[in-house]
Write a protein that binds this ligand. Structure first.
Ligand SMILES: CC(C)(COP(=O)(O)OP(=O)(O)OC[C@H]1O[C@@H](n2cnc3c(N)ncnc32)[C@H](O)[C@@H]1OP(=O)(O)O)[C@@H](O)C(=O)NCCC(=O)NCCS
Length: 353
């Protein structure tokens, strides 16, 4: 790994990653004690796989070095810049994607009460050039070599997940990926967007208010595969993303400071096991006409009834979740929303990525 001085760590964190000062100072102070061999191993996995789409599973850092994975990521910024330049990606986007590091340092401090980066392997996608922040959303090239998909990811910072923000982001992605990766996404009509997230759990319809952006976001997707995507864990994800707490935090210690937290907590107390489904984005529901591989069905309560109904076009499925469930919601007698079906649709196939 190229030498990384404490001053450079501080500068990259403050200037590029928009980290908080205390995280930047702690990280600058801790680099001198970080085991050089472990830094080198991790850096090499990045440097040898620029542009790679496989998730790099890094071992947990030793408890004494919770920031270990941060340094190889920062040291790889020049590699990322070179990769971006070759693809015509401007430095504004290079900087923007790194702001996720500052956010996750803040999240770690809230979760653990100290500086750390518990999902350090996630940032190897950033510096290997496979993930980009375009407007509100992050987009990551994922999946099989010949037919990759673009995975949507949602940062916690960046404001509400409004319909307009999502549409703006996806529109940007439809311009960006064919230009930067013509060999993968030159055929704009074939671009498929997916999302694997607790945000797509149909059970949320029973607990969140109708005005919730999360529900509106989820309604843009057709669910595919098993109820919970393999390797995911709804229990841990809601603790992390909704409560900023560790997986082992007892229910009684989860905060209930806002509508979202209170809703999720009410579900937990009622015995709901939160899930992390995989969904395919139906571009037609964003008012965007492209994306023939996504389901493309139009929901019955949407204006554009001329859009094609789902014909089971998602790879490996016979019908999409929307068609299986019908309209997403009805209203309880007290005016609160409830799901039209209390059980999820029958899942027809698991996915191959
Ligand atoms: C996804 C996200 C941006 C949606 O936020 P949103 O557009 O405000 O969503 P909704 O309209 O459905 O919910 C609004 C409520 O959630 C609360 N809220 C928003 N972001 C929150 C967060 N990160 N943590 C806890 N509560 C949050 C708001 O305060 C609001 O409650 P209030 O009306 O009592 O003030 C937000 O939940 C978030 O930041 N999540 C963390 C990131 C995440 O989960 N990413 C997906 C990982 S797979």
């Amino acid at each position: 790994m190229p030498p990384l001085e404490p001053d450079r760590v501080r500068e990259l964190l403050l200037d590029w990653c928009r980290a908080d000062r205390e995280d930047a100072e702690d990280a600058a102070a801790a680099i001198e004690g970080a085991p050089a061999d472990l830094l080198e191993q991790r850096y090499r996995t990045i440097a040898e796989d620029m542009g790679g789409r496989k998730w790099l599973q890094w071992p947990q850092p030793p408890p004494a070095h919770p920031l270990l994975g941060l340094y190889p990521v920062l040291a790889a910024v020049p590699l990322m810049l070179e990769y971006h330049r070759e693809r015509g990606v401007g430095e504004d986007l290079s900087r923007l994607v790194m702001e996720d590091v500052g956010e996750k340092l803040r999240l770690n401090r809230r979760m653990y009460g100290r500086a750390g980066l518990d999902t350090d392997g996630w940032f190897t996608a950033h510096v290997r050039g496979t993930i980009y922040q375009l407007g509100r959303l992050q987009f990551c090239i994922e999946g099989a070599e010949t037919r990759p998909v673009i995975g949507l990811h949602i940062r916690g910072e960046g404001g509400p997940l409004s319909f307009e923000a999502v549409r703006d982001s996806v529109e940007r992605a439809l311009g960006f990926f064919p230009a930067a990766f013509p060999e993968l996404f030159g055929d704009r009509d074939a671009i498929t967007f997916t999302c694997t997230s607790w945000l797509l759990d149909p059970q949320l319809r029973d607990w969140l208010p109708e005005r919730s952006n999360i529900l509106k976001f989820a309604s843009l997707f057709d669910l595919v595969g098993p109820e919970s995507h393999p390797g995911t864990n709804g229990h841990d994800d809601v603790r992390r993303f909704v409560f900023a707490r560790t997986p082992r935090t007892p229910d009684s210690e989860l905060p209930a400071d806002n509508t979202l937290q209170r809703s999720i907590l009410a579900g937990i107390k009622a015995g709901v096991e939160w899930r992390v489904p995989l969904g395919g984005l139906a571009l037609a529901r964003l008012g965007l006409p492209l994306g023939s591989r996504a389901c493309g069905s139009s929901s019955p309560d949407r204006a554009d009834t001329s859009a094609p109904r789902c014909g089971g076009s998602w790879p490996g499925t016979t019908s999409c979740a929307w068609c299986a469930t019908g309209p997403a919601r009805t209203t309880r007698s007290d005016g609160t929303p409830t799901a039209a079906r209390s059980t999820p649709p029958s899942w027809t196939a698991s996915t191959s990525w």
